[in-house]
Design a protein. Structure first.
Length: 194
């Protein structure tokens, strides 16, 4: 009978893919390194999400309300109430000073007769059209929400300070002029959607 512990005729099938000590070291190294690299990459991927940190103000009531506020608002006005119009100086102070006070983006500086001279030669109607529809870097109505009459008043105010002698546009009968130096009440200002 043969010895059950003899390995003479069964050596081939019991061998593994690792035949040298160098292969063993490489296999052990890869069996630890590859999963660790995978775990590190997974942690980086999960941790890279832009989440508010603990203790931040992202969940405070005012922060939540600012994120869920309505886009616009409805304002109900009395149609028979007189309309309060801003003066040219008030519109200039509210909308035009950002560019015209310093001459930003080619805007003629307020009171600079040399810069205003070529524009004044075009006439009031052309200046008003440019102010209402925008020209160059200037947005329509200077980015504001004033009436055409208020924009016309601002054009006359700036042009007259630049050397023109334009008469101020007349307000309609139902309008009430704003007091000099005072701003219009909030109820008379139009609501702008964000």
């Amino acid at each position: 009978m043969s010895d059950p512990h003899s390995t003479d005729d069964h050596d081939g099938p019991h061998e593994g893919p690792i035949k040298t000590p160098k292969q063993l070291i490489v296999a052990v190294l890869f069996s630890f390194v590859v999963p660790i690299i995978g775990i590190i990459l997974l942690v980086i991927y999960v941790g890279s999400a832009n989440k508010p940190a603990a203790g931040s103000d992202a969940f405070l009531p005012q922060s939540v309300l600012s994120r869920i506020q309505p886009i616009g608002a409805v304002q109900v006005k009395d149609a028979s109430a007189p309309v309060v119009l801003l003066t040219g100086e008030q519109v200039y102070a509210a909308r035009c000073t950002a560019c015209h006070a310093a001459g930003v983006a080619g805007a003629p500086k307020f009171g600079d007769t040399a810069a205003w001279a070529p524009r004044l030669g075009q006439g009031y109607d052309v200046l008003l059209t440019h102010a209402l529809k925008g020209k160059g870097a200037m947005a329509a109505q200077g980015g504001g929400e004033q009436s055409d009459l208020e924009i016309g008043r601002a054009v006359v105010y700036m042009a007259n300070k630049g050397g023109a002698k334009f008469p101020e546009p007349k307000a309609p009968e139902t309008a009430v002029p704003a007091a000099a130096g005072a701003s219009a009440p909030a109820a008379a200002m139009p609501v702008k959607a964000k």
